[in-house]
Ligand binder design. Structure first.
Ligand SMILES: Nc1ncnc2c1ncn2[C@@H]1O[C@H](COP(=O)(O)OP(=O)(O)O)[C@@H](O)[C@H]1O
Ligand SMILES: [Mg+2]
Length: 249
């Protein structure tokens, strides 16, 4: 009997897999399954954490918890905010997550010089058996937003503009960074493809903190390019990915 492969997404399984690989381990933010015990431990250890549905997409259900003074915590989901006491945190979180499986992850300070959240969308294809990074763009979150996707007001932006205008990198710094990103993409997708051997396409969502460290937020399986590359003013990358996709099939 043929074994059917289902491409079940699990951010947590991917994070575990990558945290066991020397080339990617240092790029995985501390991540655990959300439970009462991990909520307590992680909120004590880190001043900000993200809660994400294990099978989530398009930033749906994402929650951020920030530790405030005097044993209080601020919860944010989309534009809603709530401040609770430590003793109420577990219950407040459960009210938002319900029984959905969530992970809890250390927050990465991936912000521009003027404090907007951003991340990197990195598209990879396997062509003739070899993984290639075929397109990278930035995504700038709306001012004040905790996520960057276009579905929640984010703006896809070319890497050049992101690096120059929003991060104030010199050309040399930009070139170096692109090299590092590409290397990390290839290590990441080569490894994750062992979990999904039939897939020829992934997109890695990466953070880049103010100390120039790269962090992997998630690896998307069956990624779309309409909500990111297609929205760039210059359609060159969008066309390139569309064209190369056919070769990867
Ligand atoms: N650990 C984190 N620290 C800071 N921002 C994060 C973190 N995890 C996710 N984000 C933000 O939330 C967005 C959505 O998270 P992601 O893991 O990509 O889930 P989704 O499947 O909803 O796209 C990211 O693009 C990023 O902007
Ligand atoms: Mg994502």
């Amino acid at each position: 009997m043929a074994i059917e492969r289902h491409h079940v997404k699990s951010k947590l399984a991917v994070a575990y897999q990558l945290s066991n690989l020397p080339e990617t381990a240092d790029h995985i933010p501390d991540t655990e399954l959300l439970r009462e015990s991990s909520l307590r431990r992680m909120t004590r250890k880190y001043y900000k954490v993200y809660l994400k549905p294990d099978q989530g997409r398009k930033s749906k259900g994402i929650i951020r918890i920030e530790r405030l003074k005097y044993g209080r915590f601020k919860l944010r989901q989309e534009s809603r905010t709530k401040v609770v006491r430590a003793s109420e945190l577990g219950r407040a979180v459960h009210r938002l997550t319900g029984d959905t499986r969530y992970l809890i992850q250390r927050a990465v300070n991936s912000v521009t010089r003027d404090g907007r959240h951003f991340d990197l969308r990195c598209h990879a294809l396997r062509i003739d058996g070899e993984w290639r990074a075929v397109g990278i763009c930035g995504r700038l979150g709306e001012r004040g937003s905790i996520v960057t996707t276009s579905h929640s007001g984010g703006t896809p932006t070319s890497l050049r503009k992101l690096f120059r205008r929003h991060l104030k990198y010199t050309d040399r710094e930009g070139i170096r960074m692109v090299r590092r990103i590409r290397k990390l993409i290839i290590h990441t997708v080569s490894n994750v493809s062992k979990m999904y051997p039939n897939l020829q396409e992934f997109a890695v969502d990466m953070g880049l903190d103010t100390r120039k460290r790269l962090w992997i937020f998630e690896v998307n399986i069956e990624p779309l390019i309409e909500g990111n590359f297609k929205l760039l003013p210059d359609k060159t990358l969008y066309r390139k990915i569309s064209r190369l996709r056919k070769l990867a099939k």
